[in-house]
Design a protein around this ligand. Structure first.
Ligand code: ADP
Length: 259
């Protein structure tokens, strides 16, 4: 008698999608979604076909970051056509509910919504599908990591000790479900003063690099705290699309080439 894949512990792939990677953080507000968007655009700039699945069901950011609104239409039966921003196919819970609607779902509903966004969407041929995970390392995240056939995970952290402790928990979570950690990105790594040119290590600096070394995972790069990154993200034109030759884009493309 054949068993459902969940019961055997196998995770079936998504047809047409070569690789699925997750971007995760131990806590909110560290720039996980900003990193997801710019990493996805960096992968695309490096020549890959990319999609983004916004699994941050309680605080979807992908509609804002990719400046896309609307409702995905069915292509056949239950299968929905993803929306597209800057040539990247995107799917988000934000397309399914009103922005003001609070999501008060329980775990199983979250999982079924995620499964639907993963498996009942016409992703087409993709080299990489980047999944923006909800922040934290609770049961929901663990189940998601178990449900999605992930090739690996990128952990985003700020340099502070507290964020790093959370990042460490994230790392352990992926290890528990046998998902390789592709590396750590240090976001808000330092601040370059636009007036005086001096560099300020607001949250301390280098913590993530040292932590990565200690934990034996790759360090993928450091992204400064910069107005341009915030302004472009909030305007729905992430820096990799709005300033393709800029210094930040170089950093994100380098990170993309390491994952
Ligand atoms: P998370 O997904 O971890 O909750 P977001 O990506 O939504 O975090 O980022 C939180 C806020 O910080 C956003 O307003 C975003 O524009 C800003 N932000 C993220 N990274 C940077 C950065 N490197 N420099 C400046 N602002 C940033």
């Amino acid at each position: 008698k054949s068993q459902a894949p969940e019961q055997t512990g196998q995770k079936p792939g998504v047809p047409g999608v070569k690789t699925i990677i997750a971007v995760a953080s131990g806590k909110g507000g560290v720039g996980k979604s900003t990193t997801t968007a710019n990493l996805a655009l960096g992968l695309q700039a490096n020549g890959l076909k990319v999609g983004v699945l916004d699994a941050d069901i309680y605080g979807p950011s992908v509609p804002r970051l990719f400046n896309v609104t609307g409702r995905p239409e069915p292509v056949s039966g239950r299968i929905l056509k993803p929306l597209e921003g800057y040539g990247i196919k995107v799917m988000s819970m934000g397309f399914m509910v009103e922005e003001e609607t609070p999501m008060i779902w329980r775990g199983p509903m979250v999982i079924s919504a995620l499964t639907q966004m993963l498996r009942e969407v016409a992703w087409g041929e993709l080299d990489v599908l980047v999944v923006d995970m909800p922040p934290g390392t609770g049961d929901a995240q663990l189940t998601m990591a178990q449900q999605v056939p992930l090739a690996g995970a990128v952990i985003v952290s700020t340099p502070q000790d507290l964020a790093l402790i959370d990042a460490r928990k994230g790392l352990n979570m992926f290890r528990r479900v046998d998902v390789p950690v592709l590396g750590i990105v240090e976001n808000m790594s330092y601040f370059l003063c636009p007036d005086c040119g001096a560099r300020h290590d607001i949250f301390g600096h280098g913590g993530a690099r040292a932590e990565a070394e200690k934990l034996g995972v790759p360090f993928l790069g450091e992204v400064p705290l910069d107005m341009q990154i915030r302004e472009t993200s909030d305007a729905g034109t992430p820096v990799v699309v709005s300033d393709p030759d800029g210094a930040h884009t170089t950093v994100y493309r380098a990170i993309a080439s390491r994952v």
